[in-house]
Design a protein around this ligand. Structure first.
Ligand SMILES: NC(=O)c1ccc[n+]([C@@H]2O[C@H](COP(=O)([O-])OP(=O)(O)OC[C@H]3O[C@@H](n4cnc5c(N)ncnc54)[C@H](O)[C@@H]3O)[C@@H](O)[C@H]2O)c1
Length: 406
C-alpha cells in the first residue's frame, strides 16, 4: 500500500465541501488542509474533513502559497472562483519553488478560467511548475453515464455503427454565490458555468472508449445566448436584494440561457453532432440534468434527477428551505426527487478516485488542463457565434484573444 495522497484545497466553499464528502468513498488519500481568502471558510471546510474522518490533521492555511509550499501537502485541488485561477497558479508556482519534494499533481475545477487566453496561461503555469494536472469535470465519472456509455458502445456501436448525436442539458434556477452572477469574476453566465459540463459530457459520450480526444475534431459551433428571466425588473431586483446590491442584472447581466450545436468530424470524415443547453432560468424540483446518445439502432437516456427515490409532503408539512433532498432544491412540499448519494451520483467520488490514483502514479490522468483548454475553446466559439449571429470555426486563432461581452 502506498502512502496516502495528502490533498490541499484552495477555496473552501460549496464545491470543496462536495469534494471532501466524496472522499469518504476514495481510498489512499487524506485532506491536509484548506486555504481560503476567508479564514472562516478555510476553518469550516477543514473542520468538515476532520469531522467525517477524511482529514484527521486537516488545518486552515494562511495563504495559497503557504499551502503549496507545505511539505505535508502532496497535491492541490483548485476550487476558488474563476477569476482567481491565474493568480492561484502563480501562488502555487511560488510555493512549489520552496518545496523539497515536487507536487504530485494539481487539479482545477471547471471552467479552467474565464477566457481561452487565461486558460492557456493556467496551462503554461502548470508546465512551469512541472506537476501532472487534472481538469475537474465530474459528469464523465457519473456511474449512470459511465455504465450507459460502456454498454451502448459495446453492444450497440459494435453491431450497428457508431453513435452520431449526443444531447446534454443542465438547467437549474441559478447559482448560490454572488460572484457567479458578476461577469468580471465569473467571466460569463450560464454558458461558461454549466455548458462546460454539457459540451464535455456530449463529446465524451460520442468518443469511442479508449480512443484519444483528437479522434473527433470540432469543426463548427453555432450558439444562442439569451436572458429569459433574471433581467426582468422583478427578478433583477430580487438578485440585487439577495446579494446586498453586489449583483446588478438590470444593467450588467451575462446570460441565463444558452444553447450550442457543435459539428464534429471523425477520422473517417463522418459528421457527428452535439446539442447542449444550459439555463439558470429553469424552475423544477431540483436540477434538470439529462443526457442522450443516439446511434443507428440504439439510444441511451439518462436523467440525473431520477435516482429512483421520490418523497411527497402534503401542504400540511412545512419546513425551512434547504438542499437536503437534492442540489438546487426549489421546494419543500409536493413530490420531490431524492438523490441518496449525491457525491457518487454526480461523479465526484469517481472523479476524485481517478485523480488520486493518477497522482499516486497508478494511471494517467484522463482529463488534463489541456482538455480544459479545449473545452474553453468551444465555449469561446459559442459566445462569439451568439454575439455575431454566425457559425464559428473553433480552430480560429483569434479565439485566443476573444473576450465575451466586449
Ligand atoms: N463541478 C461542479 O459541478 C461544480 C459545482 C460548483 C462549483 N464548481 C466550480 O468550483 C469553483 C468554486 O465554486 P464554489 O461553488 O465552491 O464557490 P463558492 O462561492 O461556494 O466558494 C468559493 C470559495 O473560494 C474562496 N476564494 C475566493 N477567492 C479566493 C482566492 N483567490 N484564493 C482562495 N480562496 C478564494 C471564497 O472565499 C469561497 O470560500 C468555481 O470555479 C466553480 O465553477 C464546480
Amino acid at each position: 500500500m502506498s502512502d496516502p495522497l495528502r490533498i490541499g484545497f484552495i477555496g473552501g466553499g460549496f464545491i470543496t465541501r462536495f469534494h471532501i464528502q466524496s472522499l469518504l468513498q476514495v481510498r489512499d488519500c487524506v485532506v491536509a488542509g484548506v486555504a481560503d481568502m476567508s479564514e472562516e471558510s478555510a476553518e469550516s471546510a477543514a473542520a468538515l474533513a476532520k469531522s467525517i474522518g477524511v482529514g484527521p490533521n486537516a488545518r486552515a492555511f494562511e495563504s495559497n502559497e503557504a499551502l503549496a509550499a507545505d511539505p505535508e501537502v502532496d497535491a492541490i485541488w483548485v476550487c476558488a472562483p474563476n477569476h482567481a485561477r491565474v493568480e492561484i497558479m502563480q501562488a502555487i508556482r511560488q510555493g512549489a519553488q520552496k518545496r523539497e519534494q515536487p507536487l504530485k499533481g494539481i487539479c482545477a475545477e471547471k471552467p479552467l478560467a474565464r477566457t481561452l487566453a487565461e486558460a492557456l496561461e493556467v496551462e503554461a503555469l502548470s508546465k512551469e511548475i512541472g506537476a501532472p494536472t487534472g481538469y475537474l469535470e465530474d459528469i464523465i465519472f457519473a456511474p449512470s453515464l459511465v455504465r450507459g456509455r460502456e454498454v451502448l458502445w459495446r453492444r450497440g456501436a459494435s453491431n450497428a455503427g457508431r453513435p452520431y448525436l449526443a444531447r446534454a442539458a443542465e438547467e437549474h434556477g441559478g447559482p448560490h454565490s454572488a460572484w457567479f452572477w458578476q461577469k468580471e469574476i465569473a467571466g460569463g453566465g450560464v454558458l461558461l458555468d454549466m455548458m462546460c459540463h454539457s459540451i464535455e459530457a456530449a463529446r465524451w459520450l460520442l468518443t469511442e472508449p479508449g480512443a484519444p480526444r483528437n479522434s473527433l475534431t470540432p469543426v463548427e459551433v453555432s450558439a444562442t445566448c439569451a436572458n429569459l428571466k433574471w433581467t426582468q425588473p422583478k427578478y433583477a431586483n430580487d438578485l440585487s436584494e439577495r446579494y446586498g446590491g453586489e449583483v446588478d442584472w438590470a444593467t450588467d447581466p451575462t446570460e441565463d440561457f444558452a444553447r450550442a450545436t457543435v459539428k464534429w468530424k471523425t477520422e473517417e470524415g463522418q459528421t457527428l453532432l452535439t446539442e447542449t443547453s444550459s439555463s439558470w432560468s429553469y424552475v423544477g424540483a431540483g436540477l434538470r440534468h439529462t443526457f442522450q446518445l443516439l446511434g443507428p439502432e440504439y439510444s441511451l437516456d439518462v436523467d440525473m434527477a431520477d435516482a429512483g427515490v421520490k418523497v411527497f409532503f402534503s401542504r400540511e408539512v412545512s419546513g425551512d428551505a434547504g438542499e437536503d433532498l437534492v442540489e438546487k432544491q426549489n421546494a419543500e412540499q409536493g413530490q420531490m426527487p431524492l438523490v441518496p448519494d449525491e457525491p457518487a451520483h454526480y461523479g465526484y467520488s469517481g472523479e476524485n478516485r481517478h485523480f488520486v490514483d493518477a497522482f499516486l502514479g497508478r494511471t494517467k490522468p484522463r482529463l488534463t488542463f489541456q482538455d480544459g483548454v479545449e473545452v474553453m475553446r468551444l465555449l469561446m466559439a459559442a459566445y462569439q457565434s451568439s454575439a455575431e449571429g454566425r457559425t464559428v470555426d473553433p480552430s480560429t486563432p483569434s479565439l485566443e484573444s476573444y473576450t465575451p461581452f466586449t
